[in-house]
Design a protein around this ligand. Structure first.
Ligand code: GLA
Length: 377
């Protein structure tokens, strides 16, 4: 990817570009908890975005998306928002930096990525983090890492229509090889957790249903609104910290749908904590159990699954896979699976065959390699 991006840059704009990269992410557990002030447990992966960038001394950005073979040119004022949705991510990052007082000018860029789109692995956060990190570096802005993640999140909110939490951008910027990160999305404190399931005879892998996942302007924002309504009835800023008893006590004041959604989130808070505790004891069986609970909670109560993802989790369970669940926002994309080494080959074979027989196309399987966050190459 590095070579392809550099070569294309040289071809279109000439020499002198600097290369930057940011990864996509996985999340072991803690889904739809970030915007509820709860815990998440992500890690960065070995797939991401690479961009070649060179300041051009004008007030225009000229960008080329190598994978799409498309170019865009835009200014840096609010009214210059480009038409292409991919360019809006770059534009949004520039605007959010400017809103924070960062003085930036135009640049030329070519970028490419290998995070599968719509797989729930945060290709958009990888794109935002790449440009936030790069512009901070090239203009010497001195913006703290966490703020770079917020710049990406605000880009989603203000320029892409997704009221996402902080998890994806946080993980992309802060990732560390061999480590997951437990982030408290209320205090924003986080700790790195060494994570190497292979030492204990397990593998972590993703199975991509290839059902396209689309969060923009979508049911994602509705889920968030449900949680905020319930929190308001409870008199809290976030659902975080609410108990099932408190939820039961207000059941007749909220809709059935909001009740089920809040029930999922409150359960998920506890599951993240259980998983962290289980990992301290190398108790992967408990980790796996909680993963299945998350899956069915996301499917039945939070209603962000789909038939194909439920099928993947069911086949995993039938193959004796330790844990399996939808990963990311949902509505398509991947399951994340914790599989015992000796069951791995059989699971891959079985899930591939059975999925293909039912849906007419094979799912894609990716091993998870926990890698570093945003960086200068
Ligand atoms: C998407 C959002 C994140 C988070 C997850 C669900 O990836 O961008 O902020 O809410 O969904 O956990």
């Amino acid at each position: 990817m590095k070579n392809r991006v550099s070569q294309k840059f040289a071809e279109i704009y000439g020499q002198g570009a600097t290369l930057f990269a940011s990864p996509g992410r996985i999340n072991l557990i803690g889904e739809h908890t970030d915007y509820n002030g709860g815990f998440v447990f992500p890690g960065a992966v070995d797939k991401g975005i690479v961009a070649a960038i060179r300041l051009n001394g004008t007030d225009k950005v000229r960008a080329f998306a190598l994978d799409l073979n498309e170019s865009a040119e835009f200014g840096l004022a609010e009214e210059d928002k480009p038409a292409q949705s991919w360019a809006c991510y770059i534009f949004g990052v520039c605007r959010e930096i400017q809103k924070r007082g960062g003085v930036i000018g135009g640049f030329d860029t070519v970028f490419a990525g290998d995070v599968p789109l719509g797989a729930g692995m945060s290709s958009s956060a990888a794109l935002e983090s790449t440009f936030a990190f790069a512009l901070n570096h090239l203009y010497n802005l001195g913006i703290e890492k966490f703020e770079l993640a917020r710049i990406g999140q605000s880009t989603e909110h203000n320029y892409c229509g997704v009221k996402c939490g902080i998890m994806d951008q946080f993980a992309s910027v802060h990732g560390k090889a061999g480590h997951l990160m437990r982030l408290d999305c209320r205090s924003m404190e986080f700790t790195y957790f060494p994570f190497d399931p292979t030492k204990h005879g397990y593998r972590l892998m993703l199975v991509n249903s290839c059902v396209k996942h689309e969060l923009v302007g979508s049911p994602y924002n509705d889920r968030r609104a449900s949680c905020e309504r319930v929190a308001a009835v409870l008199g809290q800023e976030f659902l975080r910290g609410a108990t099932m008893e408190q939820l039961e006590a207000i059941k007749d004041k909220i809709s059935e749908e909001d009740y089920l959604r809040a029930r999922y989130v409150i359960g998920e808070e506890q599951r993240v904590l259980d998983v962290c505790e289980a990992l301290e004891r190398d108790d992967y069986e408990t980790v796996g159990k909680r993963m299945y609970e998350t899956h069915w909670g996301m499917s039945r109560d939070y209603e962000v699954s789909c038939e194909e993802l439920d099928f993947l989790a069911t086949v995993a369970e039938e193959c004796g896979v330790t844990g399996s669940r939808i990963m990311g926002g949902g509505f398509g994309g991947c399951t994340i699976n914790l599989v015992k080494e000796e069951l791995y080959d059989n699971f891959v074979k079985t899930v591939t065959e059975r999925f293909a027989a039912k849906y007419g196309h094979e799912p894609k399987v990716y091993p998870v390699v926990i890698s570093d966050g945003s960086r200068l190459l």
